[in-house]
Structures are given as structure tokens and as C-alpha cells.
Design a protein around this ligand. Structure first.
Ligand code: M6R
Length: 611
């Protein structure tokens, strides 16, 4: 995914664009560029980060009160200066920034080639710029109509901002599949892929819908769909403050977000648990409650960390709601011919609500008549609009590419859902229902306790910062946490790490163990504790180094492990919410000690909005 920002108004556009791009850098950071419209259009773009772009443009003409900017996560073409956006059409009439993917670009490129168009870059976006220009010049229509006609020929996803040299003071925005927000100010408009670049200027926003096109001048916004039907802009107040998108005193967003989890989990269950702790209330599922209660099977679809949360959900929903659950990678599910019917419930989990594979899986399910429930963090995202019902996680904006607080909020929702369904289906005793609600409410305080041991965990990180491999093992509800711990380590520190169900170790992975191999063992005091003790012994017998996450006061494992990290005692149902915190902290400190760019790990982007 990429980040787009644009401005039309009376202020100088450049600082707004640069600051906006810095806020959006989490969406992609291979290359960055801006176009400033001031009589003619000046484009500055380069491989690298926004700071490289600032360096490049420092002694240049940066005047102009209309402009657009882009930060890229490469899809078509390597990250280099030429492939960086904005892209200019061959005759210089149009400039385009694009987030998304034009799937039929090769066909369009060939067609334009035959009409004499030549291309500077390898991108699908330049093809679109030339397609618009070709229609504009050949059919002698307005820029806006040329854009709409071009977009009817495009297969794929786009969030776009486009300028036309012949129509100065104007930007055209369009969206399909990739988000675009318009901030409405006094005689000015801001455009961005999310609201973070906008929030300090205005709290009035308009979320463009699919196939909508906005023509924007500083004092005017016209909204229509691709077929030229006028639309009334639905301007809303956003509930996002500058504090939410500021690192504050933290060195990285990831660290800030790790530390926010006591608060974000409270935000997730706030208003959803009765004051007397007697019941769970999820307003977002009320409309589909009959289908949820009678569901014969649940299929969870998600990617990455959200998929790990789904695995935790599998254990919880089977255990407490007694519904069989399957957890699917959305990227695989979408290409199968799944056997689903109206009695199935599909739960799609996504922090961003924009992950292409998860959305494609949801669209596939739509054809079958099964009920679709979304668990999502971003209000107004595609997922939230395409599901029958849903529960927002309310974790607040997550900027660190490595997901942390979204994971624990997703698990909090899944826990509440399992309890709610268990109670409604009358398969959960009221005592257990109340006990687990009480346990969930205790979690934020217990997380604060774990966070106080950050220094000790950082000392363990110092010991293992030079590792080249690591294994994570857990059983039951802590197996998905082992997977998540391994993912956190590999994505931000580039240490190869794998998670395993502890009992699987002896079916192969144990061969990897020698005195160089750190093994992170999740051994909270749950029903599989004794078995974990044996698994740790097996690792120690082969000279592996064990970092054990144990319940407070543990004695047996302390004697065997090289390092222990204690978490407060808890019911095993909520143990994933606690056990993952030290793993996040451990990965974070190892990555920092290795000099890695924690918030912007190489090759990654926050949401994967392309296949
Ligand atoms: O926005 P989503 O939850 O759908 O994103 C899914 C994955 O791309 C995401 O969890 C990814 O694995 C993170 N980098 C993990 O930290």
C-alpha cells in the first residue's frame, strides 16, 4: 500500500505535504515524491524516505498552494527514482499519485504503445496517467470526464489524486478499493489516504466511497460517481486527535503502542460489559444474533497477526461457545471453492479493514449466503462496510508496522464474543461466564504490571540480540502466541524465527536445537503446564537456551530455564493477552539493539492492499 496526501487552498502546500507524508510513511517507504502546482508543475521525487525527499527539494522552488504527495510501497517496478510518484503523462498534461493496483495495466500499456505513447517508468500508475491524457486529447473533453472515462476502463483498485495542467487550481480525486479521505477546511481541502495528515487542520472529513470522483477547488467540492450522478457529500466529524498520532516521549510508535495496551484493551471492552460484570453486550452483532446463535460452524479468515488472533479465537469459541471453528489464511481461502452455506458464520479479522486478501475472502463468502461478521479497528474501512455485522476493536490508530495493540484488542473482542455466544447458546455456566468476564476486566492492570518489567526484558534482549535463529513454543491457547512472538521477532529484527506447538518439536524442529538456539517457551500455569515442563527439559537436554514466560512465583521452570519472564497469574482463557506482551517487548528491544528501523521494517507496509 502507499500513502497519498494532497492540498488545495491558500496556504503553502509544501509543508503540509511533507508533514502528511511523514505521517503516512507507515504505509510505504520505498520512495517519496511531491508535485507542486504553481503556474507550471514542479515534481520532486526520489528513492528512499520522506527525509530524502526533503533533502532533494531543499533548494528548489517549493511555492504553490496546490499540490500532491506520495510515499510508495512498490508493486509494479523496483523502488527507484523513475518509479516514484507523482507520475506525469507523456505530454505533460496530467500528474497522478496512486495507491492501489491497476490489474489490466499491461493490456492498457500495449494499447497506448500502439497509439504512440512511451513510458518512463515500469508502473501501472504511469499507464493510467497516459490513458487519461489520451482520452482528454483525443476526445477533447474536460479533465474530470477524461478521468471518469479512463476509470471505467480500469480493472483493479485505486485511490487517486490527479491534476491537469490546463485546469489549474483544481485536483481530481477518485477511489475504488483504496481509501481516500477529504478534509474540509475554510477555503481549503486536504486529501489523504487516512485522516492522520488532516487532523491538525480540520475535524470535518468526507470518506470517498468506491467509484466516487471528487473535483476539488479551494472553494468548491463537486462529488459524483463514475456515471456522472451527483452525490451529496456526507461530511462527518472525526474523533482523532493529534496525540493519537504522535509518538510522544516514546522512541518508536511500536513501543508507544505496546505501552498503550492496558488502555486499549479497556477501550475494547468499555461499554460492552455490564457494570456488575454479569454479561457481555456487543451492539454490533445484535442484528445477526439469531444467525450467530444457530451457527453450525465458524470460519475465521485473516492474514498475519490477525490470523494469529483468529487462532486464539478458535480455541476460545470452541471451548466456551461449543461451535466448531476453522481458521483460514484469507489468501488461500479466496482461491478455493469453499463449502459454505447459510448456517455458517464467517468472521473476518483485520486491523486495517483494507487487507486485499481478507476483503477478497469476504466477497467470496458473500456469494454463499453465509453470515459475515467483521472484527476491525478502522472505522469506515472497506471491511466494516462489506460485512453483515461487526465489532470495532477501538484500539486507536496503530502506526507501527508490527501490530501489537490491534492483536490484543482483537483477542479481547473474540473473548467477549465466545462468552456471549456461550451464554446465549446456554453451553456456558453462569459461574464460568461471570468468572471469565471478571478475569478479562483484570487484564489491563496485569498488563501494566508486565510493562513495569520492561527493563529486565531488555536485559534478556541484550543477551540474544546476536541470534540468527529463534524458536517459540507454546501449547493450547499459547501456541498462537508462540506464532505471534516469532512473527514479531522476524519482521522487525530480521532474525529467522518460527513458532511451534511445543509437542511438535520432537517431530522435526528439535533437530535445530544446539547451544546457539534460543527457544522462547510459553509456560504459564495452565492445564498444559506439566507438559511444557517436559518440553523445556527436552530443549535443555540438547543444550538449547530457554527463555521461559511463566506465571508469577513459578519454581520448577525457573530451575531449568536460562531466563524467565514472569506474568501475573490468570485464568488460561486470558493468558494470550498477557503472554504476548513480553514477547512484543523482547522483539522490540532486540530490533533496536540490532539497529533496525522498528517502525518501518524493510520490505513491509502496514496494510497489504494488493495481492
Ligand atoms: O490490517 P490487517 O490486520 O488485515 O493486516 C494483516 C497483516 O498484514 C498484519 O497483521 C501483518 O502481519 C503485521 N505486519 C504483523 O505485525
Amino acid at each position: 500500500m502507499c500513502g497519498i496526501v494532497a492540498y488545495v487552498g491558500e496556504r503553502t502546500a509544501y509543508p503540509i505535504l511533507i508533514k502528511g507524508l511523514q505521517r503516512l510513511e507507515y504505509r510505504g517507504y520505498d520512495s517519496a515524491g511531491i508535485a507542486l502546482l504553481n503556474g507550471s508543475t514542479h515534481v520532486y521525487k526520489c528513492k528512499g524516505k520522506v527525509r530524502d525527499l526533503e533533502e532533494l527539494s531543499k533548494d528548489q522552488d517549493i511555492s504553490g498552494s496546490v499540490g500532491m504527495g506520495h510515499t510508495r510501497w512498490a508493486t509494479h517496478g523496483a523502488p527507484n527514482d523513475l518509479n516514484a510518484h507523482p507520475h506525469r503523462s507523456m505530454n505533460g498534461k496530467f500528474f497522478v499519485v496512486h495507491n492501489g493496483i491497476i490489474e489490466n495495466y499491461a493490456h492498457l500499456r500495449k494499447e497506448l504503445n500502439n497509439r504512440g505513447y512511451r513510458f518512463e517508468s515500469e508502473t501501472d500508475t504511469e499507464v493510467l496517467a497516459n490513458l487519461i491524457e489520451n482520452i482528454y486529447l483525443e476526445q477533447a473533453v474536460s479533465a474530470e470526464l477524461a478521468v471518469r472515462l479512463a476509470l471505467t476502463r480500469v480493472v483493479g483498485a485505486y485511490g487517486l489524486v490527479i491534476s491537469c495542467e490546463d485546469e489549474p487550481g483544481q485536483l481530481i480525486a477518485a477511489r475504488k478499493g483504496s481509501p481516500l479521505v477529504i478534509g474540509v477546511g475554510e477555503n481549503e481541502y486536504f486529501l489523504a489516504s487516512d485522516a492522520t495528515p488532516i487532523v491538525e487542520y480540520t475535524d470535518q472529513v468526507l470518506y470517498l466511497k468506491d467509484e466516487e470522483v471528487a473535483v476539488i477547488r479551494r472553494d468548491q467540492l463537486d462529488l459524483k460517481n463514475l456515471h456522472n450522478d451527483s452525490k451529496t457529500p456526507d461530511i462527518q466529524k472525526i474523533n482523532l486527535s493529534i496525540d493519537h498520532i504522535d509518538k510522544g516521549d516514546y522512541a518508536h510508535f511500536m513501543l508507544k503502542e505496546i505501552h498503550e495496551q492496558a488502555v486499549t484493551i479497556r477501550d475494547t471492552f468499555r461499554g460492552r460489559i455490564a457494570m456488575d460484570e454479569s454479561k457481555v453486550f456487543l451492539g454490533g452483532v445484535l442484528d445477526v444474533m439469531p444467525q450467530l446463535i444457530k451457527a453450525k460452524r465458524i470460519i475465521i479468515v485473516a492474514c498475519g497477526t490477525s490470523w494469529h488472533a483468529g487462532l486464539v479465537g478458535e480455541y476460545l469459541l470452541e471451548q466456551y461457545a461449543r461451535i466448531p471453528v476453522e481458521v483460514e489464511y484469507a489468501s488461500e481461502f479466496r482461491y478455493r471453492d469453499p463449502i459454505l452455506d447459510r448456517d455458517d458464520l464467517v468472521i473476518a479479522i483485520s486491523q486495517s479493514g483494507e487487507t486485499a486478501d481478507t476483503l477478497a475472502a469476504v466477497r467470496k463468502v458473500r456469494e454463499t449466503g453465509a453470515t459475515i461478521l467483521g472484527i476491525c479497528n478502522v472505522a469506515g474501512s472497506s471491511l466494516s462496510r462489506e460485512t453483515d455485522a461487526g465489532v470495532y476493536t477501538h484500539a486507536g490508530i496503530e502506526i507501527g508496522v508490527a501490530s501489537t495493540k490491534a492483536f490484543t484488542s482483537q483477542i479481547t473482542v473474540l473473548t467477549m464474543l465466545a462468552l456471549l455466544l456461550g451464554s446465549k447458546r446456554q453451553v456456558l455456566s453462569s459461574d464460568t461466564y461471570r468468572e471469565l468476564i471478571h478475569e478479562l476486566i483484570q487484564v489491563p492492570d496485569k498488563i501494566e504490571e508486565i510493562l513495569r518489567s520492561e527493563k529486565a526484558i531488555a536485559e534478556i534482549a541484550a543477551v540474544y540480540q546476536g541470534a540468527t535463529n529463534a524458536l517459540y513454543m507454546g501449547r493450547g491457547l499459547l501456541f498462537p502466541v508462540a506464532l505471534e512472538g516469532a512473527l514479531k521477532l522476524k519482521e522487525i529484527s530480521y532474525i529467522h524465527a518460527e513458532g511451534y506447538p511445543a509437542a511438535e518439536m520432537k517431530h522435526g524442529p528439535i533437530a535445530l536445537i544446539d547451544e546457539q538456539m534460543p527457544v522462547v517457551a510459553l509456560a504459564a500455569n495452565d492445564q498444559s503446564y506439566e507438559k511444557m515442563v517436559s518440553n523445556i527439559q527436552e530443549v535443555k537436554a540438547r543444550k538449547g537456551k530457554v527463555v521461559a514466560v511463566v506465571s508469577k512465583g513459578d519454581k520448577a521452570i525457573r530451575k531449568m530455564a536460562d531466563h524467565v519472564i514472569e506474568i501475573p497469574d490468570c485464568h488460561e482463557a486470558v493468558s494470550p493477552l498477557l503472554a504476548v506482551i513480553p514477547l512484543q517487548i523482547l522483539s522490540y528491544h532486540i530490533a533496536v539493539m540490532r539497529g533496525c528501523d522498528v517502525d518501518q521494517p524493510r520490505n513491509l507496509a502496514k496494510s497489504v492492499t494488493v495481492e
